[in-house]
Ligand binder design. Sequence first.
Ligand code: BGC
Length: 540
Amino acid sequence: MQQTPWWRGAVIYQVYPRSLMDSNNDGIGDIPGIISKLDYIASLGVDAIWISPFFKSPMKDFGYDIADYRAIDPIFGSLDDFDELIVQAHARNIKIIIDQVLNHTSDQHAWFEESRQSKDNPKSDWYVWAEANPDGTPPNNWLSIFGGSAWEWEPRRCQYYLHNFLKTQPDLNYHCTELREQILQEVEFWLKRGVDGLRLDAIIFCFHDQQLRSNPAKPVEERKGRGFREDNPYAFQRHIHDTCQPENIGFLESLRSLMNRYPGTVTLGEIASEDSLKTMAEYTAGNTRLHMTYSFELLVDNLSARYIRETVETLEENLTDGWPCWAFGNHDVVRVMSRWNGKDQSPAKAKLLNELLFSLRGSVCSYQGEELGLIEAEIEQHQLQDPYGITFWPRFKGRDGCRTPMPWSAKNINSGFSQGTTWLPVAPTHLPLAVDIQEADKKSVLNAFRKFLAWRKTQPALLWGDIKFLDAPENVLMFVRSYQGQSLLAAFNLSADTTTVDISGDFSVIPLEKAGDTAVKINSKQILLAGYASAFALID
Ligand code: BGC
């Protein structure tokens, strides 16, 4: 029998390297800092880490603007440090997933510096260049997610270039065969170094409509979701010509052929399309494209039981042989503890959110700090770093509030993250949630996280099983995970009030003691769930 690949049902801990641990006291986290925290990460019981970009970069978008795909930025360390990270992580049975930003580079990448010089240099076609309209305006209405037109004028070529993000992040031209081949070589550089997987940034943007057709407008009532704010004009368009072009699939297939030459490696694509659930299914279909994708569909403000059920069910209906990956948070969105029912920031809610995420069918990304139940940090306007927040202030404060340094110890300077002035402030509200305080408390969110993941490893149905939702009261999410004859019932109370779920007549259950939890009573007729409690039972 073929072994289940490691990444199916894996828990992937997302490390934001600037903020995990600073080893040289320059106020910015680094790779040696990550190495020093590998024992902590291993103690969580996760299977892999996904590290946000650490490549050479002018840091205009904090590493998502790469100036050299093959170099480590000196802020983060050296290639030797990275090799050591792989060795040390593997010694602890932790896989390494790196972030590949293949859609665009920094404007300081040597390719762009050459491309922008003239219309006939060897790299002239490596970026997306277009003539102005006769009246001098940009070729079409495409917008940058970070504000303004997606087109920037280049006087040397008397042409515009495309940037879906900052103007310092020019889009690569995937219609150019030579560029595509070169990109695969950049990726292979890291596969040869022994990485276990790639998180693929903004992968739906790679190709653009070669006719440069303008996007149609989107009615007001449809401007929600997709990870883009309704008050960002980017949400006013249907992005049918600047994202998800049919040629994308062919590129994903070539990337997959490359990955197949490095057995055991995995791809995890970031999807934020007009219909993300459909794109997630399409990009993972047939075992010849991506292995997994994640979307922003559960990174929303209101995670009601009904919404989660509808989202997961819709994806399951669309999926053929693809495998999902779910997340409630990452470095781009407000921390889930403040975003979802933000008034309640109780440890019980944090535990519930982690347990629910770890019980959905698929793999899971858990963002650093979610194991502590961290809330969004308050950032003053003068402290802002994120260009997205600087442009859209004050309606949108940007992404700094979820990127502040990890609180390691409540009493140490900068919570033990660094002795130097930190790039973003350590949030005072994080100190009572610091790792050292939670280590000492058997009932902390951190210890519940560890216990739950240890228990989850003993439940094949939770790791690999199918999922089928059951009707339940409004605030309760209930489903059955089934695998090779074992069926496991899971129920989650998403409210602070005690709730009773009637299950009589349907089946009989054997309650499962997952983590010494007493907030739950189960018999064959009813499940009594205290506020934010979860319950698990084997179906007889
Ligand atoms: C990343 C962001 C980044 C953007 C541009 C995203 O989807 O997650 O952090 O700013 O791509 O690279």
